[in-house]
Write a protein that binds this ligand. Structure first.
Ligand SMILES: C[S@@+](CC[C@H](N)C(=O)[O-])C[C@H]1O[C@@H](n2cnc3c(N)ncnc32)[C@H](O)[C@@H]1O
Length: 352
């Protein structure tokens, strides 16, 4: 018996959608001025369902990094249960920096963000200065921001940061938060918090008319590459490769993990961690038989996006190759010049 077919909505992820996002691609049947609503970390999706039902004319996007939550929500979308919802694999930090343009969101909702209790993990918390500044920039005038947490420390920390956020007005002022949910429905984590004696702290803010910081979408750059002349074969280079890491100012960390060679090319597996995006990419050192030069470039495995960090990774890999032989030299540089200016802040390459 053939299986019944059903509409499978294309999967979305922040690395592969256009930067900035074209909302009409996601919601082709919606009016261009339909309200745009974002939920960050929707988990098992109770709030997403509520949004879908209570605002049938809105374009609702849920973002998540957990595959099980995403699969569940994608299944519901495929079955037509959430007709005005799309979900996307995205870190909120990536989505705000690369995907959403300034003044394009009507509502942003965050329910029970991961608390990251340890001080050493504090930089992983969703609510922090940079992310809040981006949220303010992405909200339309009058837009709604809600946050709920059952962790008192997280509430205190958020209240302090929000009080310092001139672009948002607290609807519960002078109280920092409310003790009852006034927007939406109870979520899985919220219910668990109440069962375990941790009530919710509910923040409801409105975007006011104070100017936002100028934070345009970070678009992708041109593909980076560098040309070098050097005497070693790809196999020689692979034999000399030892995993190493490097970093630069502004929270850029690059780890060169492993090398694979074939007669005319070397492939290096690299993690590129930038504040806004984490990518695992393949960098290539390839012989051009016509010129005898080698080209160091970004491979296409996984369809990576050429960001600042990827340009930096190509440059540092080139420097590693050139450093292996006194006869090697750079003959062409098509990476972002910006990195030459910050070279003084770079650390030396370090073995892993
Ligand atoms: C504690 S759970 C809360 C889930 C749901 N909102 C609820 O209230 O039941 C936090 C959720 O946020 C997601 N998450 C964590 N960090 C994220 C990030 N940087 N961007 C998007 N989602 C994130 C997690 O995968 C998880 O599903």
């Amino acid at each position: 018996m053939p299986r019944p077919t059903r509409n499978v909505v294309p999967r979305l992820d922040a690395i592969h959608v256009p930067w900035p996002l074209v909302w009409g691609d996601l919601f082709p049947n919606h009016a261009p001025d339909a309200p745009r609503i974002l939920e960050i970390g929707f988990g098992y999706g109770q709030f997403l369902r509520w949004l879908s039902k209570s605002q049938p004319e809105s374009s609702i996007l849920g973002i998540e990094i957990d595959s099980i939550s995403l699969r569940k929500a994608e299944g519901a979308c495929d079955r037509g249960e959430l007709p005005n919802v799309r979900v996307m694999f995205a870190r909120a930090e990536t989505a705000f920096a690369h995907v959403f343009e300034p003044e394009t969101l009507d509502e942003i909702h965050v329910n029970f963000p991961d608390p990251w209790f340890k001080t050493s993990h504090a930089q992983r918390r969703l609510i922090q200065r940079n992310t809040l500044d981006l949220m303010v920039s992405r909200l339309k005038p009058g837009g709604l921001f809600t946050l709920a947490t059952d962790i008192r420390d997280y509430a205190d920390m958020s209240a302090e940061l929000l009080a310092d956020t001139s672009g948002l007005t607290n609807t519960f002022a002078p109280e920092p938060w409310g003790w009852e949910r006034t927007v939406g429905v109870m979520t899985k984590y919220e219910a668990r918090g109440y069962q375990q004696g941790r009530p919710g702290h509910y923040f409801v803010y409105r975007r006011n008319d104070q100017p936002a910081l100028d934070l345009p979408v970070i678009r992708e750059l041109a593909m980076p590459h560098m040309k070098i002349t050097q005497p070693l074969s790809p196999a020689d280079l692979a034999a000399k490769f030892v995993p190493f890491k490097t970093q630069a100012e502004g929270g850029l960390y690059i780890t060169y993990m492993a090398a694979f060679s074939k007669p005319d090319a070397l492939l290096i597996e690299v993690f590129v961690v930038e504040p806004s995006i984490h990518q695992q990419v393949g960098l290539l050192v390839m012989l051009n038989p016509e010129t005898g030069e080698f080209v160091v470039s970004l491979g296409s495995i996984g369809t990576p996006r050429p960001t600042d960090g990827v340009h930096f990774a190509v440059r540092k890999l080139t420097e590693w190759v050139v450093g292996l032989s006194p006869d090697a030299k750079i003959v062409g540089d098509y990476t972002r010049r910006h990195f030459i200016e910050i070279a003084a802040s770079e650390s030396e390459n370090q073995p892993l």
